[in-house]
Design a protein around this ligand. Structure first.
Ligand code: HEM
Length: 372
């Protein structure tokens, strides 16, 4: 018996490939912001903990933490706003699987709203304390725990949506949405992959911050050097998590990923980029670069890695669903080109506006960021 609910009788208003392309672009951007948030929080907590309580050079560490914490609320706005578009595209393409999984764990799914509000509030409290020279690492740790829980719930939903074989039993056991799904060997590696990736991104971000003039010169080179070293360690951890994510997939999915040139290419692009990040991190760890070129190189590497992993992850979902009888490409399509054209024009204007806002921020008169 096919576990998927009946398909919506209203046809898709645009080709599947277009929805998929938009989904991948926006989701890759969401992942960039998520990784900066998770990793930036972890690193800022570590810097505050060791900078506030131990010996060494605490003021330097606190100033380095402040350069991250003052940007984290802004990063959170990107996490949320860049989460909405892929959410819409996921519903269009995978609604029958996605709605089922989110309803089955509805209590967890709804709790994301409250966890998000708590996390956002804590980001402001954490930053306000650090800006006053207080190493309030516990506030950052709490914020990380909330963000990490949101990530876990999202991983839980996205893995449950590709396991139609457990839906019926879950619903029979409790129709109230408060039971977690049965254990899934891919869930923990998948979550660890995102958290380790967060530290990789935090390392790249620190190298980028090393090129920002408004930050004190000593803090800049400290950020670049530490960021490089952290990126190296985190790349190794992420590779280990990636190994478990891949090897815990069913044989059919693994074979399908290797046989499909798009997914294989995306996987290799991710792997190659992560190798370059390892080299760039090792170099930055030694040389502590404070040039704009080093910063932009890291930003580009992060973006390519995010796109590669998003396409590969898409392959895992499509191949798993295909094995269960759900073919995302089999939909009735009646393209409404005038609406598609209007949408694309607005989409490009939106992206250009974001680019312009970012460029204004980058060009803004530097304000000294020294804390203590
Ligand atoms: C602190 C906040 C957030 C964190 C840490 C976070 C983290 C994550 C993670 C780790 C995943 C990947 C899950 C996996 O496949 O294993 C994910 C996917 C996703 N997130 Fe977020 N997220 C956050 C907020 C949001 C918000 C506010 C939205 C929407 C408004 C959103 C929309 C999505 C969507 C749509 C996906 C998956 C789409 C797909 O698979 O097609 N996220 N997020």
């Amino acid at each position: 018996m096919n576990a998927f609910p009946a398909v919506d009788p209203i046809p898709l208003p645009a080709p599947v490939w277009l929805f998929k392309a938009l989904h991948i672009v926006t989701l890759a951007l969401h992942f960039c912001a998520v990784e900066l948030l998770l990793g930036g929080l972890l690193v800022a907590v570590g810097l505050c903990f060791f900078g506030g309580l131990r010996g060494g050079t605490p003021l330097l560490r606190l100033n380095a933490a402040a350069s991250l914490t003052r940007r984290l609320p802004l990063v959170m706005t990107y996490v949320i706003n860049l989460g909405v578009p892929p959410l819409l595209f996921t519903q269009v393409l995978y609604g029958r699987a996605f709605y089922t999984s989110s309803v089955l764990i509805g209590v967890y799914w709804f709790s994301v709203i409250f966890l998000l509000m708590g996390c956002y509030w804590l980001l402001y409290r954490f930053d306000a304390n650090v800006a006053r020279g207080r190493a309030a690492w516990w506030l950052g740790l709490l914020a990380f725990l909330l963000a990490g829980t949101i990530a876990k719930i999202l991983s839980m939903t996205m893995t449950l949506m590709i396991r139609p074989e457990v839906w019926q039993a879950m619903y029979s056991a409790a129709a109230t949405g408060n039971l977690p799904p049965p254990p899934d060997p891919t869930l923990l590696p998948r979550w660890l992959f995102m958290v380790a990736g967060g530290v990789v991104f935090a390392g790249l971000w620190m190298i980028w911050l090393g090129s920002r003039n408004q930050i004190d010169a000593s803090v800049r080179s400290y950020l670049a050097g530490l960021g490089g070293k952290l990126a190296v360690v985190a790349v190794i951890a992420q590779l280990a998590a990636a190994h478990f994510v891949f090897h815990n997939q069913p044989d059919k999915v693994r074979e399908g990923l290797v046989a499909n040139p798009l997914y294989l290419g995306a996987g290799l692009a991710w792997f190659g980029t992560i190798g370059l990040i390892l080299l760039a991190g090792a170099w930055a760890g030694l040389k502590k670069p404070t040039t704009a070129a080093a910063g932009w190189l890291c930003a580009a590497l992060g973006l390519v890695a995010a796109i590669g992993l998003t396409v590969f992850r898409d392959g895992i979902r499509d191949l798993t669903l295909l094995g269960a009888g759900y073919d995302v490409w089999q939909r009735t399509i009646v393209t409404n080109w005038s609406v598609v054209g209007l949408f694309l024009a607005l989409f490009v204007i939106g992206l250009a506006t974001i680019g312009w806002l970012v460029s204004v921020m980058v060009r803004a008169e530097p304000v000294s960021e020294k804390v203590v």
